[in-house]
Design a protein around this ligand. Structure first.
Ligand code: AQP
Length: 333
C-alpha cells in the first residue's frame, strides 16, 4: 500500500531552538517510518528578510545537520533545499493566479512582519502563504506537521488547491491537513514569557540546539517564574506550564510529577525546579549539539545528502508540474 505523503520545512533564518525541535523535528522523526516524507530547508522563504549571501550556506547546512543530529534519517526521507526544486517557484507562479491581494493582506503573520520590518514590505512577504502552498502541493501532500502558528497558512493552501481544482476541472491537488502528535509541544514559549521561542527574537530566552552547557544553565536559571501559587491546585500561568513541558521532555514523568505535586500543594521552590531542569536540559541538548557539530565539519557529506534529497524530491515534483502544465493548457509540443 502506498504511504501517505507528508511535507514540512524549516526556514534557514538562524539557529534552531527547542521550539523547532519539539514543534517540528520531533514530529518528523516520528513520521519518517510510516509516511512518504519530504522535509526541506526553506531557503527561499528566508530571502524575505534579505540575509547576507555569505550566511545562507552555513545556515542551510546547519539546519540539515541539526535535523539529522535530532534523529532524522536522510535514507528514510527526502531531505532537500527548497531552492533545489525549480518546480516549486513554477507552481508558486501558477498558484499566485489563485490568490487574492485582500486575503493575503489579512494574514496575521503578514501584519506582524509589516510591523517588524516596515521598510521592507516586499511582495515575497505578502505571498509567503502562496509559496508555502507550492511547497506542500508540489508533492500533493496530505499531511503537514506544523505548529499552531502555521495553521492559517495551511488553510490557505487548501483554498488555493480547491480553486485550482475547480478552475481546471480536475481532482488534482488533495487538501493537506495539519498533523500533530502532542498538543503540549505545539507552542514552546520564550523563557521570559514573551511570545513563542523563535530563531530571530529574544536570544537570551531561547534555548538553541547549539548552546553550550553553561549557556543553557544560565538561560534556564533566568527563566521567568513568580512567588508560586497560594491556593492548592491552582491553574498554572503559561510561562510556568512551559517550564513543566520542558521538564517532561528532558527529565521524564517521575521528576515532573514530583514538581507538579509540589506546585499543587503550594510548596514548590522554583529555584530547585530550574536547577533540575537546567541539568536535564544540558543532558538532552548536549548529544544533539555534539552530533550536529561533527556533521557540520564534513561539508562534503552534507552536500551529498542535499543532492540525493533533491533527486528524490524532484522525482515527485517533476510529475506534479508536468500534469499541472497540462491542466492549465501549457502543452504546445
Ligand atoms: N516556539 C515554537 N514552538 C513550537 N513550534 C515552533 N516552530 C517554530 N517555533 C516554535 C515550528 O518550527 C517549524 C519551523 O519554523 P520556521 O523556521 O519555518 O519558521 P518559524 O515558525 O517562524 O520559526 P522561528 O524559529 O520562529 O523562526 P523566525 O524567528 O525566523 O521567525 C514550524 O513547523 C513551526 O511551527
Amino acid at each position: 500500500m502506498n504511504k501517505e505523503i507528508v511535507v514540512s520545512g524549516i526556514r534557514s533564518t538562524g539557529y534552531l531552538h527547542l521550539g523547532n525541535y519539539l514543534g517540528a523535528i520531533q514530529n518528523y522523526v516520528e513520521m519518517q517510518n510510516n509516511y512518504d516524507c519530504y522535509f526541506f530547508v526553506a531557503d527561499y522563504h528566508s530571502l524575505t528578510t534579505h540575509p547576507d549571501p555569505k550566511a545562507l550556506k552555513p545556515n542551510v547546512f546547519r539546519v540539515v545537520a541539526e535535523n539529522i543530529a535530532s534523529g532524522l534519517d536522510p535514507e528514510k526521507v527526502a531531505l532537500y533545499a527548497q531552492s533545489d526544486l525549480p518546480e516549486i517557484p513554477e507552481l508558486y507562479l501558477m498558484l499566485n493566479m489563485m490568490a487574492y491581494k485582500g486575503e493575503l493582506e489579512k494574514v496575521p503573520t503578514f501584519k506582524d512582519k509589516v510591523r517588524l520590518q516596515p521598510d521592507n514590505v516586499n511582495a515575497g512577504l505578502l505571498t509567503y502563504p502562496v509559496l508555502m502552498a507550492a511547497d506542500i502541493l508540489i508533492h500533493r501532500a496530505v499531511k503537514v506537521p506544523v505548529g499552531k502558528d502555521q495553521e492559517q497558512h495551511l488553510e490557505m493552501a487548501r483554498n488555493f488547491a480547491t480553486r485550482f481544482n475547480t478552475r481546471y476541472g480536475a481532482e488534482f491537488f488533495p487538501e493537506p491537513q495539519v498533523w500533530r502528535s502532542n498538543a503540549d509541544t505545539v507552542k514552546i514559549m520564550s523563557l521570559d514569557g514573551n511570545g513563542k521561542m523563535s530563531k530571530s527574537e529574544n536570544a537570551n530566552a531561547t534555548i538553541y540546539l547549539s548552546d553550550d552547557d553553561d549557556t543553557i544553565r544560565k538561560k534556564i536559571m533566568k527563566a521567568k517564574t513568580d512567588s508560586g501559587p497560594t491556593e492548592p491546585n491552582s491553574e498554572m500561568p503559561d510561562y510556568i506550564k512551559n517550564l513543566f513541558v520542558l521538564l517532561q521532555v528532558s527529565a521524564g514523568s517521575e521528576v515532573t510529577q514530583t514538581f507538579t505535586d509540589a506546585f499543587n500543594n503550594c510548596n514548590i521552590r522554583y529555584g530547585d525546579m530550574k536547577k533540575q531542569l537546567a541539568e536535564s536540559m544540558v543532558s538532552f541538548v548536549g548529544p544533539i549539539r555534539e552530533k550536529a557539530a561533527e556533521l557540520q565539519r564534513d561539508e562534503q557529506a552534507i552536500r551529498k545528502i542535499l543532492k540525493e534529497g533533491a533527486e528524490k524530491a524532484r522525482a515527485s515534483s517533476a510529475v506534479t508540474i508536468a500534469e499541472a502544465r497540462k491542466l492549465i493548457g501549457i502543452n504546445y509540443y
